[in-house]
Design a protein around this ligand. Structure first.
Ligand code: FES
Ligand SMILES: [Fe+2]
Length: 359
């Protein structure tokens, strides 16, 4: 697997930021073992608070995985008690703060080292997000949320779970600057294209036709794709339907990522409150958007790593974008220095920027 080090990304192996780790509907009081950032983790929903809890997986007693067990009687009887979880091996119980709060067979004191790391998680839009920070700091931006999420005329988001792709996240993020792939991969005619980098946000504005997402005589497809942080991409799309594409990718190992895709569509029938017919049209549109995304996905799945591209005139601003991405792989203290030559609007030579009248 190609590593962050080989891409020259910086000091950290995994970036700082908010990352999706699952769909709300799939997380219950039955703990799941998950792997992100090269670490085994235990994920469950507390019975008492209903909150999602994410803990480091390995019990400090003797190293047992807290969630990957189905045969121990602790697991069979349900290892989650209130918001705590019991280890399947000797039934030590850990609270949502990661501290051991009960050892059933021991009358002595609970040692202070009897704890696991508890991760900061938040739930938004039917998904669960974790804050990952190699410096151990507090979040420096909020999880991006689609504003129309609570608008009754929009069909709620549904997720496609795409599983693991064995390519480095840098290759996925490259897509935000890749103007030259739109024609060959998606069959689209790019009329305008630009990137803007501003702090932790990277934006792509694009207008043109799209063979998969609109028809030849259909409306012009205009998209504004925004990375808020290194991993959550929300694309506002106007065309056949007003919609948002949500794509989240989260590092699993150094060189692989878990990917989700989702779509939110404004009531296609134009109702103030979406109806069954709207849902059906929205899901059809989602499968078309997914087909377009699958075109990118197939390339990532089989390509070899691009540590240093052979870029030519007409390529998008890859160098700037890769510099932008490096801010998440280095301490905050270096951010301003990294972004100095990156912030601003960048065009690919030969392409116009977004016309002012279309703004
Ligand atoms: S290994 Fe977890 S309680 Fe013993
Ligand atoms: Fe693409």
């Amino acid at each position: 697997m190609a590593t962050a080090k080989e891409y020259g990304l910086g000091e950290f192996t995994f970036p700082r930021g908010w990352f999706m780790i699952g769909e709300s509907a799939k997380i219950s009081d039955k703990p799941q073992g998950v792997k992100f950032f090269g670490q085994e983790l235990a994920l469950y929903r507390g019975k008492q608070s209903g909150k999602v809890i994410l803990l480091d997986a390995y019990c400090p007693h003797m190293g047992t995985h807290l969630a990957r067990n189905s045969t121990s009687y602790v697991a069979q009887d349900g290892s989650v008690e209130g918001d705590s979880i019991r280890c399947p091996y000797h039934a030590w119980r850990f609270g949502p703060d990661g501290r051991c709060n009960h050892i059933p067979y021991s009358t002595g004191p609970i040692p202070p080292a009897a704890k696991v790391r508890a991760w900061k998680v938040e739930e938004h839009m039917g998904a669960v997000f974790v804050w990952h920070d190699p410096e151990g700091g507090e979040p420096d931006y909020a999880v991006p949320v689609i504003a129309e999420m609570s608008d009754p005329s929009w069909v709620p988001i549904a997720f496609d779970d795409l599983g693991i792709v064995n390519c480095h996240t840098q290759e996925i993020v490259d897509n935000i600057t890749d103007v030259a792939h739109f024609g060959p991969v998606h069959g689209s005619i790019t009329k305008y294209f630009e990137n803007e980098f501003k702090g932790h946000v990277a934006t792509q504005r694009m207008g043109g036709g799209h063979r998969t997402l609109t028809t030849a005589d259909g409306p012009m497809l205009e998209t504004e794709a925004v990375y808020t942080g290194p991993s959550i991409l929300i694309t506002k799309m106007t065309g056949t339907h007003d919609s948002y594409i949500f794509i989240a990718h989260t590092p699993v190992e150094d060189g692989s990522a878990y990917v989700w895709h989702g779509l939110m569509v404004k009531s296609p029938t134009g109702q103030a409150k979406y109806n069954e017919q709207d849902v059906e049209i929205a899901r059809q549109y989602q499968s078309m958007a997914l087909a377009a995304f699958a075109q990118d996905f197939e390339v990532w799945k089989h390509k070899k790593p691009c540590f240093k591209g052979l870029f030519v005139q007409g390529d998008g601003p890859f160098i700037k974008q890769r510099a932008w991405y490096r801010q998440f792989y280095n301490p905050r203290s270096q951010r301003d220095e990294i972004l100095k030559s990156v912030d601003g609007i960048h065009l690919a030579r030969g392409f116009e920027g977004k016309p002012a009248q279309a703004a």
